[in-house]
Design a protein around this ligand. Structure first.
Ligand code: GLN
Length: 536
C-alpha cells in the first residue's frame, strides 16, 4: 500500500489556460521518474457527466474502458501517460449531489440537516481520495475545473483547503495556473491579474505552493520576484509556461523549468531519478520533421469546433509521427457537401474520415462523401456514425434498397439497415444509457483490419445506441461489403470493409480513444499508410 501524495491544480484569471495539459505534463515527468501517477478532473457543472452535452458546449465527450462518459481532458491524461483512466477519474457537481441526495433519501444522515459543508465537501474529499485509497498510486493529481472565484467552484476549493490541512504539507500541495498577460501598448507583462486570483484563492484559505504562469513572453527574474512577493510563494516556485508550438512540447518545457523537481521537493519525494524522455523526444522529433504529407478530410457536423474531434486529431498526430507523415486535416462541414460540389471539395484528398455524431443534421452530406470515397477509391475510415452511414450508402446506392436509413434518422424507413438494439428499446433516459466502454471484437483473418491489428481479438471503446441490423447481413455481404469484425458474445457487427477498394473500413467503435503518444493506434496507422499509398 502506497502512501499516496496529492497535487491539486487550480486555475486563475481566465479559463482555457490549459490546466489539463499542465497536469498531464507534470504527471508524465513524474511517471518517467518512476512514480505511479494518475490524474483526476473535478468539473463544477451540474450535469452528471458530459454525455448529455452538445459538443459545441464542451468539446468531445471522451469514453473510458469502464464506460464513463467524461471530459476531454481525460483523453489528454491517457494520451500522455499511456495508462487507462476510469469512472473515478472524472467527478462532476451533478455526481456529487446525486450521491449525497441518494444517501439523504435512504436516511443515512440520521436526521441531520444536509449542507454544503460538511456533506458536499465530504463527498468531494471522498471522491478525491478514492483513487489514492486503491493503493496503486504514489501521486494523484487532481485538476479543479473552472476558475478560482467562480461560485460553482467554491465547494471544491473548500474541500482542497480541508484536505491540505488534514493530509499535512508533505502530502498535499496546490499548483495555481495563472495568466501573466502582455500589454502591447505598455510593452509589459502584467502581474496584477495573478495577484488578484491568488488573493481570491487565499480568501478561501488556500495558499498556492507553486505558480505556473502562462505567458506569451519570457518572464524575467524581476517579474518572478514580484509575483513571489505578492503571492506568498518563493521565487523558485514561480514557473514560466510559455506558449508552446504543440501540446506535446509542454512536458519538455516543464522539465526545463524544473516543475517536477519543485513538486517532488515539496512532497518530500526523491529527485535523484531523472525522467527518461528519450521516447517522448523521439516522438516529438518525428512529429516535427515529417518526410511526407497526406491530406485527409475530416467530415463532421461540429467542425467549427475542432475540440469536438480532439481524440481523432490527436490520433492522427500519434500515427503520423510514428510513420514520419504529416497529416494535414481538412475540416469539412458535412452540411455543405452535396452531389454537385463533392468533387471540388474532396477531389484532392488522399483520405476521407467520416466522423461520429448524433441526429439527422448533415448526414446526407456524409453519405455523399462516402459514395465519392467508395467510387473514386479514396481510402476511407468511418467511425461510429461514419460506419453506419457507410452501410446506408451501400444499401441505397449498390443494393438499391430505396430509402435505406438508420431508424435514428427515420423511424419509418422501409430498410432500417441500422437499427436500435433490442435492449435499448425500453430505455427512456438519455444520460449514461448507450452501449458504452470497452467490448471485445473478433477479426476475420486476411482482412484490412486483421492486417492492421495483427490479432484476431481486440477490445475497443463504444458510445452509441444504434447498430448494424443483422437481418441484412446476408444481403449486404453478397455483393462486396464484408463484415470483418463482430462481437463474440452478442454477434453484433463491429466492422465493415469493402472488397475491390484500396482501403475502406467502417468501425462501430471509437478507435481514437485508445491512441496514445507511445501507442499510436494500428487502425489510424493503417489508414494513413493507405492514404500515403493513394497519394503515390
Ligand atoms: N448516433 C449513432 C448512434 O447512437 C452514432 C453515435 C456515434 O457516432 N458515437 O448509434
Amino acid at each position: 500500500m502506497k502512501n499516496t501524495k496529492y497535487v491539486f491544480v487550480t486555475g486563475g484569471v481566465t479559463s482555457s489556460l490549459g490546466k489539463g495539459i499542465i497536469a498531464a505534463s507534470l504527471a508524465k515527468l513524474l511517471q518517467e521518474r518512476g512514480y505511479s501517477v494518475t490524474i483526476q478532473k473535478l468539473d463544477p457543472y451540474i450535469n452528471v457527466d458530459p454525455g448529455t452535452l452538445n459538443p459545441y458546449e464542451h468539446g468531445e465527450c471522451y469514453v473510458t474502458n469502464d464506460g464513463a462518459e467524461t471530459d476531454l481532458d481525460l483523453g489528454h491524461y491517457e494520451r500522455f501517460l499511456n495508462i487507462p483512466t476510469s469512472q473515478a477519474n472524472n467527478v462532476t457537481t451533478g455526481r456529487i449531489y446525486q450521491s449525497v441526495i441518494d444517501r439523504e433519501r435512504r436516511g443515512d444522515f440520521l436526521g441531520k440537516t444536509v449542507q454544503v459543508i460538511p456533506h458536499i465537501t465530504d463527498e468531494i474529499k471522498r471522491r478525491i481520495q478514492l483513487l489514492g485509497n486503491t493503493g496503486e498510486y504514489d501521486i494523484v493529481i487532481t485538476e479543479i475545473g473552472g476558475t478560482v472565484g467562480d461560485i460553482e467552484s467554491l465547494p471544491y476549493i473548500e474541500a482542497v483547503r480541508q484536505l491540505n490541512w488534514e493530509l499535512g504539507h508533505d502530502n498535499a500541495i496546490v499548483i495555481h495556473l495563472t495568466l501573466v498577460p502582455y500589454l502591447a501598448a505598455a510593452g509589459e507583462l502584467k502581474t496584477k491579474p495573478t495577484q488578484h486570483s491568488v488573493k481570491t484563492l487565499m480568501q478561501s484559505g488556500v495558499n498556492p505552493d507553486i505558480l505556473v504562469c502562462r505567458t506569451e513572453h519570457p518572464i524575467s527574474d524581476d517579474i518572478k520576484r514580484k509575483l513571489a512577493l505578492f503571492c506568498n510563494v518563493k521565487q523558485e516556485d514561480v514557473i514560466e509556461s510559455l506558449d508552446a508550438e504543440t501540446i506535446y512540447d509542454v512536458p519538455i518545457m516543464m522539465f526545463n523549468e524544473g516543475l517536477d523537481e519543485v513538486v517532488l521537493r515539496k512532497l518530500d519525494l526523491c529527485i535523484e531519478e531523472k525522467p527518461s524522455l528519450n521516447k517522448w523526444n523521439e516522438f516529438l522529433h518525428k512529429h516535427k520533421n515529417p518526410k511526407h504529407t497526406v491530406e485527409i478530410g475530416l467530415i463532421g457536423k461540429y467542425v467549427e469546433l475542432h475540440d469536438a474531434y480532439k481524440s481523432i486529431s490527436e490520433a492522427f498526430i500519434h500515427a503520423g509521427s510514428s510513420n514520419e507523415i504529416n497529416v494535414n486535416i481538412h475540416w469539412i462541414h458535412s452540411e455543405k457537401i452535396n452531389a454537385k460540389n463533392v468533387e471540388k471539395k474532396l477531389g484532392k484528398l488522399n483520405g476521407i474520415l467520416v466522423a461520429p455524431g448524433f441526429g439527422e443534421r448533415g448526414i446526407e452530406g456524409k453519405i455523399t462523401a462516402i459514395q465519392y470515397a467508395r467510387e473514386q477509391k479514396i481510402p476511407f475510415l468511418g467511425i461510429c456514425l461514419g460506419m453506419q452511414m457507410a452501410v446506408i450508402e451501400y444499401a441505397r446506392n449498390v443494393l438499391h434498397l430505396e430509402g435505406a436509413n438508420s431508424s435514428e434518422m427515420d423511424e419509418n424507413t422501409p430498410h432500417p439497415v441500422i437499427d436500435l438494439m433490442e435492449e435499448q428499446k425500453n430505455i427512456s433516459n438519455m444520460g449514461g444509457t448507450m452501449r458504452l466502454g470497452a467490448w471485445d471484437c473478433t477479426l476475420t483473418k486476411g482482412t484490412k483490419v486483421y492486417d492492421a491489428y495483427k490479432s484476431d481479438l481486440i477490445s475497443e471503446r463504444h458510445r452509441h445506441r444504434y447498430e448494424f441490423n443483422n437481418t441484412y447481413t446476408d444481403v449486404i455481404q453478397a455483393s462486396g461489403m464484408k463484415i470483418t469484425g463482430t462481437n463474440p458474445k452478442t454477434g453484433l457487427v463491429e466492422i465493415i470493409e469493402l472488397d475491390n477498394h484500396p482501403w475502406f473500413v467502417g468501425v462501430q467503435y471509437h478507435p481514437e480513444y485508445k491512441s496514445t503518444v507511445l501507442n499510436p493506434h494500428p487502425l489510424f496507422i493503417a489508414f494513413i499508410q493507405a492514404c500515403l499509398a493513394h497519394h503515390g
